[in-house]
Design a protein around this ligand. Structure first.
Ligand code: APR
Length: 312
């Protein structure tokens, strides 16, 4: 199973990595890479297509500076924007990226009114809302990439700490994408063994803290940009669940309508992804402390929305 056409908007670090991964996994017959930077999408698209004979994929990769080739795309992965620089919070990106995502969303609506949108641009939860409002798409078709990345970071740190395979580590991270994310230690296990039986609370707390600051840790190393391999892998895993109708339960940013006692905001929650996009939000039991952490994460998202409204 694969899509006929997937478009990746933004041919920068995250976007170009997405299109290469989509092609290598043959998740669509055609992948279109769109960017406003002159020559970049065409050059990267052609370069990726030239890797096809070596990698053995039949996905055609195209690059374009407009949306004519994207007409009828079933799925869009939106990575357009400016990346976070050292010392810059995600919210600093707010105004610029909101304008970019708004204009991109209008193009998506024009060329592919039935498409599903996976939002990647930051600040994520807010950009997902901008896209949903600008496209007018239902919540099933606008989903934010946050939790898959945050969970992957958490799992990768647990694997290092315990020196075990990442394949055996299951974890759940809820909340907004950022410093207020809520890693759920109670839903973390290694081959079914609760994490608390394998690590002390102090070590778990340290891993949770590292996960919260995972994006910043990469920025501190790179200095001139932010993470892209893991973010792209995360977005492509969501795309795969949708185009193959896998019905995976993945933590994603979804528009809440009463779930977890909240409504009218995007927040990271377990989502069942398959044909049509978001099929269901799964509600899990939370301890009082976890619920309080989720509430404060939601408050941070709401305050960024207010900040954006004040800016525009
Ligand atoms: N339409 C299409 N592409 C655009 C537009 C636009 N209106 N505006 C900017 N872009 C492109 C830029 O030209 C650039 O090539 O988006 C690309 C962004 O690429 P990078 O600067 O390399 O940023 P990247 O690291 O890929 O991050 C992109 O993902 O994880 C998030 O925080 C990150 O919001 C950022 C986004």
């Amino acid at each position: 199973m694969s899509a006929k056409k997937i478009t990746v908007v933004g041919a920068g670090h995250v976007g170009a990595t997405c299109s290469q991964l989509l092609a290598m996994k043959e998740l669509a017959r055609e992948v279109v890479l769109v960017d406003i930077a002159e020559g970049i999408p065409q050059g990267k698209g052609l370069d990726q297509w030239e890797s096809a004979p070596i990698e053995g994929f039949d996905t055609r990769v195209y690059g374009a500076d407009d949306y004519s080739l994207s007409e009828g795309s079933e799925l869009f992965i939106v990575t357009a924007g400016i990346a976070r620089k050292p010392g810059m919070s995600r919210d600093d990106l707010l105004r610029t990226n909101a304008g970019i995502v708004h204009s991109v969303s209008e193009e998506i609506k024009r060329v592919a009114p039935e498409a599903i949108v996976i939002m990647v641009s930051n600040p994520l939860d807010i950009m997902a809302q901008v896209a949903m409002e600008a496209t007018g798409f239902p919540r099933e078709r606008v989903i934010g990439m946050a939790g898959v990345l945050d969970t992957a970071r958490y799992r990768s740190f647990i694997a290092l700490e315990l020196d075990v395979s990442i394949e055996d580590i299951q974890a759940l991270v809820l909340g907004g994408h950022g410093d207020t994310m809520v890693p759920l230690a109670s839903y973390t296990s290694v081959s079914g063994i609760p994490l608390a039986q394998l690590l002390s609370q102090t070590r778990i707390d340290a891993l949770v803290e590292r996960t919260r600051k995972g994006g910043g840790e990469i920025v501190a190393h790179l200095k001139t940009g932010s993470a892209y391999y893991a973010p792209a892998a995360a977005a492509v895993q969501m795309a795969e669940a949708i185009v193959k109708n896998k019905r995976r339960i993945l933590p994603c940013a979804a528009w809440l309508q009463g779930e977890y006692g909240m409504e009218d905001l995007f927040l990271g929650v377990p989502c069942l992804l398959g044909e049509g996009g978001l099929r269901r939000i799964v509600e899990v039991e939370l301890s009082d402390a976890e619920r309080a952490a989720l509430e404060s994460s939601a408050a941070a998202v709401r305050s960024t929305i207010e900040a954006l409204k004040a800016l525009t």
